[in-house]
Design a binder for this molecule. Structure first.
Ligand code: NAD
Ligand code: LMR
Length: 339
């Protein structure tokens, strides 16, 4: 079991991003699925403006030429903007690969309902990553994250390219939401609020640890439960509001950019960068689990573990385990049977 009770206070995109930058900041970043709702305007636009990205490379199976032409007219300093690229050119030399490729939910669907379409997409893209840039930090956005991360790990293992420190399921949106909702409920400055979220990224597997929020906040039991349920169902809230037009894209792009920025800062040598992400883990009986992670030059430097959970959160953890374990096993089985 990893270190318990470590400093969780900076498990917040806002906290990590607000600190001073260090290092060379010359990283090529590849976005696979760059024409989609997340990839296109919001994420690629944010990365195009990021001082941490020296070269941005976009890949999609459709429409990427237009996105690239449009972005190339933005007067940011990036000299190495690649425009549309073949998959291998896009990946060549990339230090960070972000994958939002795949279909989103419609009302009435669970994230697991996306498995049949998205599992193969992630497996194929990761095969290319394994062959072209096996040392890259891989940030998987594609749902169901609880399964696509184990799929990616199994594919990388097959190519002798698996390093558990470098493979992340991006759960940052759960932290972004928790920070926003807690700040709103308590009238706090959201840039100073940091709520760790552990577990996985679907329904009951999303475990907000409000008892470890910084600054410390207190809720009546009923209010804590209502807030927790809202965080767990926040993705569905957006899916229903979009009424068939997809799932969260703007908030997701914001979250992904923050996570990628933290990874870039850590690989450039900044110390003390902490983010929650879904990674290979020995913290619980689930082989993959999200907890706060200390990031460094090679990815995960230390897993900071669960910290102290109150009884309500310990019960959430118990309730998450069956679905989480099933989602993980399904991903592993998919690769064992198909690849
Ligand atoms: P979208 O349908 O708008 O875009 C997906 C893009 O992926 C499309 O442009 C499509 O052409 C592209 N694509 C499909 N197959 C591809 C392949 N083999 N190679 C490259 N590109 C390919 O969907 P979206 O709204 O951008 O969502 C993308 C994924 O992100 C979904 O699976 C969604 O559930 C997930 N998501 C995850 C989180 C999270 O918190 N982790 C949040 C929001 C959405
Ligand atoms: C989210 O949390 O918004 C994403 O996982 C998309 C979804 O399907 O809910």
């Amino acid at each position: 079991t990893a270190a318990m009770g470590a400093a969780l206070s900076t498990c917040s995109p806002s906290a990590a991003a607000s600190s001073a930058r260090t290092g060379s900041l010359a990283s090529k970043v590849a976005v696979l699925g760059a024409s989609g709702g997340i990839g296109q305007p919001p994420l690629s636009l944010l990365l195009k403006q990021s001082p941490a990205v020296s070269q941005l490379s976009l890949y999609d199976i459709q429409g990427v030429k237009g996105v690239a032409a449009d972005l190339s007219h933005i007067s940011t300093r990036r000299s190495g903007f690649d425009g549309p690229a073949s998959l291998s050119d896009c990946l060549k030399g990339s230090r960070v690969v972000v994958i939002p490729a795949g279909v989103p939910r419609k009302p009435g669907m669970t994230r697991d309902d996306l498995f049949n379409t998205n599992a193969g997409i992630v497996a194929d893209l990761i095969t290319a990553v394994a062959k072209t840039c096996p040392k890259a930090m891989i940030c998987i956005v594609t749902n169901p994250v609880n399964s696509t991360v184990p799929i990616a790990a199994e594919i990388l293992k097959k190519h002798n390219a698996y390093d558990p420190r470098r493979l992340f399921g991006v759960t940052t949106l759960d932290i972004v939401r928790s920070n926003a909702f807690v700040a709103e409920a308590k009238g706090l400055d959201v840039s100073k609020v940091s709520v760790p979220v552990i577990g996985g990224h679907s329904g009951v597997t999303i475990i907000p640890v409000i008892s470890q929020a910084v600054p410390s906040v207190s809720f009546k039991a009923q209010d804590r439960e209502t807030l927790t349920t809202r965080i767990q169902n926040a993705g569905t809230e957006v899916v229903n509001a979009k009424a068939g037009a997809g799932s969260a894209t703007l908030s997701m792009a914001f979250a992904a950019e923050k996570f990628v920025d933290s990874v870039l800062q850590a690989i450039d040598g900044k110390r003390g960068v902490i983010e929650c992400a879904f990674v290979e883990s020995t913290v619980t009986e689930a082989p993959y689990f999200s907890t706060p992670l200390l990031l460094g030059r090679d990815g995960v430097e230390e897993n900071l573990g669960l910290g102290n959970l109150i009884e309500f959160e310990a019960k959430l953890l118990q309730a998450a385990m069956p679905e989480l374990q099933q989602n993980i096993a399904k991903g592993v089985k998919f690769v064992k049977e198909r690849y």
